[in-house]
Design a protein around this ligand. Structure first.
Ligand code: NDP
Ligand code: HSE
Length: 436
């Protein structure tokens, strides 16, 4: 008998789970009109089913028993929205074993354990949808996998963590303290269960891992992404960046260079003229440069219940359509294809960039020449210098912007400068994008 409806079970009824349920229930008639699919939300499992999530659900849908989702023969698609690595991974593998398609927003799980999950799904002939795992409501997975499939991707620059962008925006525009901005992002449901993932660049690196795997055909390689978060950035650096005509953003950068791929996440000074410097608050943006399409930019809400729910629903619809069409696995493939190009990930010390340095230097004659001498000896050429304030005894910030330099040389120069007795704190440096 021909299949008439697509039955969905959700595990995890938190921020994203409730956004997803709301869209499936409240937009059900519209979804049916647009897609021809009769999508039924059959069950939602969560540890706590007494808390009011602000959604009225059909009776009997909520359960504390995840097995009643994973093992229900009527359920076609299991939507994992509980987060974390275990038991989420075991649940997904169990669902795949039971022949269920998967939708997940769990970038931490996919970036670190995705090979097992995509491998098991390919063996079983089921699909794994993960649009919600990167950039919330922006359909960037679809863009790279489908819209730009004919391109060799040269570069991706992304602001793909809403929480850190929210914090940096609040610190820059409203002079809010780091801790207060983080608390607000947590209250708004943007932050991860462990917010160090957001502020230390780990969440951005999870998403970067997924994007680079899609764009460059490399196996999921989270461990090889260079990660640096925003916790070292001070109000002082934000003020200097503003004075120099830049905004500080936590960027994910993937670049094809000489047969290798750079994969790095770090605070970056972006010139005010660049569109990506204007992305504020929880918004995300991804700039993609492909050899055929050229440059394109994607912008939208990167976190929150409804934007992320929107991405989850788009995967449910894609998989539902495939089920109705006879199960062709249009979505799978790329992430398991480690043989496609197997580009090497470039070592961080081999990258080249411009740099901002903030030295804590004593304001004495000859200090600038000592520092600039070390920079020069390490092939680092200075573009501009700012020194503010005067003190005979305490250090004052000395800010230097450089031309293009090698990371290897920068690390060596900073180690030498930090050893000088006229430098009182570890030097802070930020990589700078833009024209020379
Ligand atoms: P929440 O913490 O709001 O929701 C997770 C829910 O899952 C909670 O209700 C939790 O219950 C429940 N849960 C935890 N363990 C189990 C279990 N063993 N069985 C059943 N339910 C369980 O997280 P989010 O909705 O924010 O995030 C969910 C996933 O989506 C994560 O992977 C996250 O990284 C990802 N994501 C989140 C975005 C966002 O904007 N929030 C955006 C994009 C992706 P309890 O609270 O009682 O522990
Ligand atoms: N914590 C994540 C963020 C959620 O702030 O971007 C969206 O993936």
């Amino acid at each position: 008998m021909a299949k008439k409806e697509i039955n969905v079970g959700i595990i995890g009824f938190g921020t994203v789970g409730s956004g997803t349920a709301r869209i499936l229930l409240e937009n059900s008639a519209e979804l049916k009109k647009r897609t021809g699919l009769d999508i039924r939300l059959r069950r939602i499992a969560d540890l706590d089913i007494s808390r009011d999530r602000g959604i009225s659900l059909p009776s009997g849908i909520l359960t504390t028993d995840s097995n009643s989702v994973l093992n229900d023969p009527e359920i076609d698609i299991v939507v994992e929205l509980m987060g974390g690595i275990y038991p989420a991974k075991d649940f997904i593998l169990q669902a795949i074993k039971n022949g269920k398609h998967i939708v997940s927003a769990n970038k931490a799980l996919l970036a670190t354990e995705g090979s097992d999950i995509f491998g098991a799904a390919a063996d079983k002939g089921v699909e794994v949808g993960f649009e919600a795992s990167v950039a919330g409501g922006i359909p960037i997975i679809k863009v790279i996998r489908e819209g730009l499939v004919g391109n060799n991707i040269r570069t991706i620059f992304g602001i793909i963590n809403g929480t850190s962008n929210y914090i940096l925006t609040k610190m820059t525009d409203e002079k809010v303290e780091f801790g207060d901005a983080l608390k607000e992002a947590q209250r708004l449901g943007y932050a991860e269960a462990d917010p160090t993932f957001d502020i230390e660049g780990i969440d951005t690196a999870h998403k970067m891992t997924i994007l680079s795997s899609l764009a460059y055909g490399i196996p999921l390689s989270f461990d090889q992404v260079y990660k640096e978060g925003i916790t070292r950035i001070t109000a002082k650096d934000i003020d200097f960046a503003t004075e120099l005509g830049y905004r500080i953003k936590l960027l994910a950068i993937a670049k094809a260079v000489d047969g290798e791929v750079e994969m790095r996440v770090h605070p970056t000074m972006v010139p005010n003229e660049y569109l990506i410097s204007k992305i504020e608050g929880v918004y995300n943006a991804i700039y993609v440069d492909g050899d055929a399409a050229g440059s394109s930019l994607y912008y939208g809400r990167g976190a929150g219940d409804m934007p992320t729910g929107s991405a989850v629903v788009s995967d449910i619809v894609d998989i539902g359509r495939n089920i109705m069409a006879g199960g062709s696995a249009r979505l799978s493939g790329i992430l398991t294809d480690g043989t496609k190009s197997v580009k090497k990930v470039r070592r961080m010390e081999d990258i080249e960039s411009m740099y901002y340095f903030r030295f804590a230097a004593l304001d004495q004659p000859g200090v600038l020449s000592k520092i600039s001498g070390i920079l020069g000896n390490n092939n680092i050429s200075i573009a501009s210098v700012i020194q503010k304030g005067r003190s005979e005894v305490a250090s004052v910030p000395l800010v230097v912007l450089t031309h293009m330099a090698k990371e290897r040389d920068v690390l060596k120069a900073v180690a030498e400068i930090d050893n000088l007795n006229v430098v009182s704190e570890k030097t802070l440096f930020i990589r700078v994008e833009g024209k020379q």
